[in-house]
Design a protein around this ligand. Structure first.
Ligand SMILES: [Zn+2]
Length: 312
């Protein structure tokens, strides 16, 4: 009905009904998304991730897709959240904030505390659970690496003189970062996410500095090249050629001809698997695949078990 034709009471009543309907629809979308995630269906349809599926296939904006996926995963962890979402007792955005805190023992209590709260209030609720480091240039020892439960080598690691062994020290390195570094960091994390699935800064910066020093430090330059007759490692010239040929994108094609074309977490894949006799020295036996589709190919060749649903 046209809102301009309603009287005030009708208009407000109608709006309320629409908002209730919208909440129910959102909860239904989240429930369906959780099941799509559970069945890992995005991958089957040649999307490298559920996020890509939501943006490209369902037409969500990136933030909307992110919020709904996080909410779906929160609901997978705690199905009772779906009812709270439907009734408007927690907001979609609150589920995003709650998602990282739904595994531990305190999860039930946090959910109870979040009921009826605004997103800002929920944000304040979870903020103490993930404190922020100060952004200034500093390097300092923060702790001796904690020993795991029932483990005693913490004491064994203490060097003569009472100081912990150097390798057992953990450092806090903090500095403010500009947009350029932020952008480089995001790109490096995306590119290396198969190697460092957690995307930890320590791993990324260690890899980056090692690569820099390998390039710039003459002490680290290799003396000569070793060659083996049949090696799994794909030579650099082949990798360069394949990267160019596949335009730096996943080359997987679904049965209906749709190409994945993801730029994330690309890996060089042996078309005929190395384990099944395929070679590394022929560009036509090498292609670029994103991690999801490299995994799918490995499964199809019986070289690995099906991926855990929703692990990415
Ligand atoms: Zn792919």
């Amino acid at each position: 009905m046209n809102p301009t034709e309603l009287n005030d009471d009708e208009l407000l009543r109608c709006l309320k009904n629409l908002v209730r309907q919208e909440r129910e629809d959102t909860a239904a979308v989240v429930a369906h998304l959780a099941e799509v995630d559970n069945r890992n269906l995005a991958r089957e349809r040649a999307y490298p991730s559920l996020f890509e599926y939501c943006v490209k296939e369902l037409g969500y904006s990136e933030p909307s897709a992110f919020h709904r996926i996080r909410a779906a995963r929160a609901v997978r962890k705690r199905p009772e959240l779906l009812d709270l979402l439907r009734r408007g007792e927690v907001h979609l955005r609150s589920l995003v904030l709650l998602h990282p805190h739904l595994d531990g023992e305190g999860a039930l209590e946090i959910i109870q505390q979040a009921r009826g709260k605004t997103v800002q209030e929920v944000s304040a609720l979870v903020a103490p659970l993930c404190p922020r480091p100060a952004p200034r240039d500093a390097i300092r020892v923060i702790a001796v690496r904690p020993a795991s439960v029932g483990d005693l080598p913490l004491f064994a690691a203490v060097a003569p003189g009472g100081l912990p062994a150097q390798s057992e020290l953990k450092w806090e390195v903090s500095f403010g970062a500009g947009s350029r570094l932020r952008e480089l960091l995001d790109r490096a994390r995306a590119l290396l996410c198969h190697r460092f699935p957690e995307g930890r800064f320590e791993d990324i910066f260690t890899a980056a500095l090692e690569a820099l020093l390998n390039l710039k430090d003459p002490n680290l330059w290799p003396e000569g090249r070793k060659t083996k007759s049949r090696t799994r490692k794909i030579p650099k010239w082949i990798r360069r050629r394949v990267w160019k040929r596949d335009h730096g994108r996943c080359a997987y094609k679904a049965p209906d001809g749709r190409r994945c074309a993801s730029r994330r977490a690309l890996e060089f894949d042996h078309v005929r698997p190395w384990a099944l006799g395929g070679g590394s020295n022929d560009p036509s036996n090498v292609r670029l695949l994103c991690r999801a589709h490299n995994g799918l190919m490995a499964e199809n060749h019986g070289l690995s078990r099906p991926a855990t649903a929703g692990s990415r």
